[in-house]
Design a protein around this ligand. Structure first.
Ligand SMILES: NC(=O)c1ccc[n+]([C@@H]2O[C@H](COP(=O)([O-])OP(=O)(O)OC[C@H]3O[C@@H](n4cnc5c(N)ncnc54)[C@H](O)[C@@H]3O)[C@@H](O)[C@H]2O)c1
Ligand SMILES: O=C(O)C(=O)C[C@@H](O)[C@H](O)[C@H](O)COP(=O)(O)O
Ligand SMILES: [Zn+2]
Length: 360
């Protein structure tokens, strides 16, 4: 088992990565001063696979856990689904010290975290991520949210989990498409933070796609280390943390304009990273070679480089709802090299519009 710490003073926690985490999980829950009633939030795909075993672990740790199941898919990251979960939490008699456990991908994690942050003004929150994307990104760092009809993650909070348990056995049931989805965010870390990690990804593509254990644990642990490092320096995105949003300004707009039904998050971010790279090239920040390397690695990991059936005008309007927009000016996360990013505002409208057309 690998343990990656997230250092946030009194909010610090550990990420446990490995196989057979049962004893670690039971010991963790036994050691907490939580109330006895717990709520496991999961989705319709994951519930039949893993919910009962997690409930059994909690029973062994002395908890009375209930399972709440939401429909699988991004549409569940909504205030209306959140309301059904508040109702279940109240009806089941959860109190301020009752832990909420997110058992699922990023959708379950973001939604359950939002419930944990707001129910009774905050209850203990534990992440058990089951998708690659959730293991390498969404379960770490405390961004929790639901979507609004006008944009992605517009209603949310920073609310850290108290522990993150990543059971690599769960990767065995993950659909192939979801492996590539997670790799979208993994590739992001190489480009924004760590040239050596980018090199590793290019040299181990097959092992990674086949989820060979050594490669899998390396990409998950390194991604978590990078995210933990950034988050521990800037928990609430006052500055540095914005780099984790590379590719997301355009990516979120693409998700919204395709009704969250065509491209999943990692795929939309892949297209958004192509856009951000092209924009960086147009501004003279990087050479065409870096753009080509980005496109090649994404394509090799079976990720899309362009979005179909999107209206360029609408994408242009959507990007102003990005949370990095201040006083009507978008803060763009752009590349200066592989492993190095910068943040720029005042990017000419013409270049942004040209870029949007090139990724549609
Ligand atoms: N909070 C953050 O920092 C952060 C970071 C990145 C992404 N996100 C959010 O995460 C969400 C995307 O997460 P995702 O890609 O995990 O999507 P998801 O939660 O929809 O999971 C993808 C699909 O895989 C299924 N699944 C998950 N684990 C499985 C397993 N082990 N076996 C079988 N099926 C499994 C799910 O039921 C779902 O159908 C988006 O809403 C995105 O905005 C948040
Ligand atoms: O943790 C972060 O910070 C990120 O930006 C990680 C992103 O991969 C993630 O998709 C996040 O939810 C996007 O945040 P948002 O603030 O743009 O909604
Ligand atoms: Zn993301």
């Amino acid at each position: 088992m690998r343990i990656v710490p997230v250092n946030l003073n009194e909010k610090s926690y550990n990420i446990y990565i490995g196989h057979n985490l049962e004893t670690t999980i039971i010991d963790f829950f036994k050691a907490q001063k939580y109330s006895q009633k717990a709520l496991i939030i999961t989705d319709t795909n994951i519930a039949p696979l893993y919910a009962d075993s997690v409930k059994d672990l909690l029973t062994k740790a002395g908890f009375n856990a209930k399972i709440a199941i939401i429909p699988a898919g991004e549409q569940s990251k909504s205030l209306s689904v959140a309301e059904t979960l508040y109702t279940q939490a109240i009806e089941q008699g959860l109190d301020r010290k009752s832990p909420i456990i997110a058992l699922g991908g990023g959708v379950v994690g973001d939604l359950a975290g939002f419930i944990a942050a707001t129910f009774m003004r905050g209850v203990p929150f534990i992440q058990m991520p089951t998708s690659l994307l959730a293991q390498v990104d969404s379960s770490v760092g405390g961004k929790v949210a639901v979507n609004h009809a006008l944009g992605k993650n517009l209603i949310g909070a920073f609310y850290q989990p108290q522990a993150v348990f990543m059971d690599l056995e769960m990767m065995k049931t993950l659909p192939t498409r979801e492996i590539s989805t997670g790799l979208g965010e993994v590739i992001k870390y190489g480009f924004i933070y760590d040239h050596d990690f980018y090199t590793y990804l290019t040299e181990h593509q097959q092992e990674i796609l086949q989820l060979k254990p050594e490669a899998l644990i390396h990409i998950i642990a390194r991604s978590c280390e990078i995210k933990a490092d950034v988050v521990s320096k800037d928990e609430c995105e006052a500055g540095l943390r914005a780099i984790l949003n590379f590719g997301h300004t355009l990516g979120h707009a693409i998700e919204k304009e395709t009704n969250y039904a065509v491209y999943n998050h990692g795929e939309a971010v892949a297209i958004g990273m192509v856009g951000a790279s092209k924009l960086s090239f147009k501004l003279g920040l990087i050479s065409q070679d870096v753009v080509d390397k980005m496109c090649q690695l994404l394509a090799n990991m079976n990720l899309p480089l362009k979005a179909k059936n999107c209206d360029a005008q609408k994408i242009y309007q959507d990007i102003f709802h990005d949370k990095k927009t201040v006083n009507g000016k978008i803060n763009w996360v752009l590349l200066e090299d592989i492993g190095k990013v910068c943040i720029k505002k005042d990017v000419p409208e013409k270049l942004v519009k040209e870029t949007i057309l090139e990724i549609l």
